[in-house]
Design a protein around this ligand. Structure first.
Ligand SMILES: CC(C)(COP(=O)(O)OP(=O)(O)OC[C@H]1O[C@@H](n2cnc3c(N)ncnc32)[C@H](O)[C@@H]1OP(=O)(O)O)[C@@H](O)C(=O)NCCC(=O)NCCS
Length: 213
């Protein structure tokens, strides 16, 4: 357990226990990511990360059927995006990014709420992600949303002067069924696959790299 996330359950009170799709502000639009979005996505990605995903990483993700989501402002300008990958009975948040000039305006919180609600719509009551311990902004966001640290992957990310561990975080909710689960070997493998784009390639790639979001 990461100390910064230790009180995540109590801090989650502002977030619904079971995620509903949030209402977007007037004129804002959510859509599935397509090839037409990639110029704008890659532009933001390169400005948002020290080790960004490549255009090819996004293309592969879209082709693989991952759930890419774009958030556009009333003028149609891309403000943020997220990439989600269902693995068995979990949803992996591979990438969540807000355009740097628009940080701290509630957009990350909105997009994360959309991601959680998307998992809920897919009947997947577990959302997993990886994050750099140094990414204090993302950690604060995830903590507020009720994520808990459930593991650490050693040397997962490239970093200036070496490698950086990844914290594995999970947010889950009760579906009324007994879905108690932990990182069992088969799921762990699936998770590694999802992070494939993130760890070696994705170490290059960033999403799984940063977030596995
Ligand atoms: C992480 C990220 C998505 C947050 O998006 P954002 O739109 O700036 O976040 P929000 O304005 O919705 O903030 C929601 C909460 O997150 C936390 N938070 C966000 N940025 C923070 C920061 N720089 N420092 C501390 N807490 C922060 C706060 O709890 C904040 O709530 P508050 O504003 O009421 O205090 C954004 O910083 C980003 O795109 N970073 C680069 C890409 C990245 O690191 N993605 C995550 C990879 S794991």
């Amino acid at each position: 357990m990461n100390a910064a996330l230790g009180d995540s359950r109590t801090r989650a009170a502002a977030w619904p226990a079971v995620p509903d799709m949030p209402t977007l502000p007037g004129g804002w639009a959510l859509a599935r990511m397509s090839a037409r979005d990639l110029d704008a996505v890659v532009d933001i990605e390169q400005r948002a990360y020290s080790h960004p995903w490549t255009r090819g990483n996004f293309e592969n993700s879209v082709k693989a059927g991952h759930i890419g989501l774009t958030l556009r402002d009333p003028a149609g300008k891309l403000a943020g995006y997220a990439v989600l990958m269902p693995v068995v009975d979990e949803m992996h948040l591979l990438n969540i990014t807000i355009e740097p000039a628009r940080h701290r305006r509630g957009l990350g919180k909105l997009l994360l709420a959309v991601a959680l609600a998307t998992a809920h719509q897919h009947r997947l009551p577990n959302v997993l992600l990886e994050v750099r311990p140094s990414n204090t902004a993302a950690l604060a966001l995830y903590e507020a949303a009720g994520f808990e640290a459930i593991g650490r992957r050693k040397g997962y990310y490239p970093a200036a002067g070496g490698r950086e561990d990844a914290l594995v975080l999970r947010r889950r909710w009760d579906t009324g069924q007994d879905r108690e689960q932990d990182l069992e070997p088969d799921r762990k493998q699936g998770s590694e696959q999802g992070s494939e784009q993130g760890s070696e390639q994705g170490s290059e790639q960033g999403g799984t790299r940063e977030a596995s979001a």
